[in-house]
Design a protein around this ligand. Structure first.
Ligand code: GLP
Length: 238
C-alpha cells in the first residue's frame, strides 16, 4: 500500500489526477472505475483542466461508476449519473455510451453490471472515496467480502451524512445499487482519496486495523496495488 500525504483536498485532486492521466497516457483505451461524493470533485476539475489544455483525450476511455441511489432517475440532480455528467463527462471528450453508472431504476439483476465490467476487460484503475463508517462504494459495515454488484440498505449514519445534498433527510433514498467488495477488489489498481478529520478513524482502520467486514475499507489491505492519498486531518489517527 502506497500512502501519499498532501496538505488538503486541492492537492489531493492534483495528485490523483496525475495518476489517472498517467494511466490514460499509457493506455488511451483504459477502463476507469469512478466515484462520486465531495472528495473526488477536485480530481475531476484537474482532469477537465488537462483536457482543456489538450494534455489528454478521453475519447477511447471507458468508465464504470461505483454506485447509484435506488429509485432516482438519471435526470434527478441528486442521482450519481447526474453528478458524473455535471462534474466530469459534460466537460471532456468522452463518449457518453462509454460511461456506465448502475441504474437506480432497473435492479432486477445487479450482477449483470459485473458481467459488463468483465466483458470490457476489467477495471484498470478504480478511484474510491471513503465513508465516515469505512464504506467504499456503498458497501456498508457487515457487507460480505465476496459481494458483487448488489442492492444495499443504506446505514442510518450514511443517510444522515449524505442528507446534506438533499432538501431534507426524508428525501435521501434508503437503498442504493453498489459494486460489491469483490467487484472493487477485482480492479487492477485502486486509488483512494480521503481528506478531513471525519475520515481519520476509517483511515486508521483501513491502514492499520484488523481486516474485518465491520470496517469494509480494511479489505484493501489484501489488494496488491493500492495508492492512498490523505491529508493531515485524515491521517491524524495513524
Ligand atoms: C458516498 C458514496 C461513496 C463516497 C462516500 C464519501 O456515500 N457512495 O462512494 O466515497 O460517500 O463521500 P464524500 O466524499 O462526500 O465524503
Amino acid at each position: 500500500m502506497k500512502i501519499i500525504k498532501v496538505k488538503n483536498n486541492q492537492e489531493a485532486g492534483i495528485q490523483a489526477a496525475q495518476i489517472i492521466l498517467e494511466k490514460i497516457h499509457a493506455n488511451p483505451g483504459c477502463i476507469l472505475g469512478l466515484a462520486t461524493g465531495s472528495t473526488p470533485i477536485t480530481t475531476y476539475q484537474n482532469l477537465i483542466q488537462a483536457y482543456e489544455h489538450k494534455q489528454v483525450s478521453f475519447k477511447d476511455v471507458i468508465t464504470f461508476n461505483l454506485d447509484e441511489y435506488k429509485g432516482l432517475n438519471p435526470t434527478n440532480p441528486q442521482s450519481y449519473r447526474f453528478f458524473m455528467n455535471n462534474e466530469l463527462f459534460d466537460h471532456i471528450d468522452i463518449k457518453i455510451e462509454n460511461t456506465h453508472v448502475p441504474s437506480g431504476l432497473h435492479t432486477q439483476n445487479p450482477a449483470l453490471y459485473d458481467q459488463k465490467i468483465h466483458k470490457a476487460g476489467g477495471i484498470d484503475l478504480q478511484l474510491l472515496g471513503l465513508g465516515v463508517n469505512g464504506h467504499i462504494g456503498f458497501n456498508e459495515p457487515g457487507t460480505a467480502f465476496d459481494s458483487l454488484t448488489h442492492v444495499v440498505d443504506l446505514d442510518p449514519s450514511t443517510i444522515a451524512v449524505n442528507a446534506r445534498f438533499f432538501d431534507s433527510i426524508d428525501l435521501v433514498p434508503t437503498q442504493a445499487i453498489s459494486m460489491g467488495l469483490k467487484t472493487i477488489m477485482n480492479a487492477k489498481q485502486i486509488l483512494l482519496i480521503a481528506t478531513g478529520t471525519n475520515k481519520a478513524e476509517a483511515i486508521a482502520h483501513l491502514i492499520n486495523g484488523e481486516i474485518t467486514p465491520n470496517w469494509p475499507c480494511s479489505i484493501l489491505q489484501q489488494h496488491p496495488n493500492v495508492v492512498i492519498i490523505i491529508d493531515e486531518a485524515a491521517g491524524s489517527m495513524l
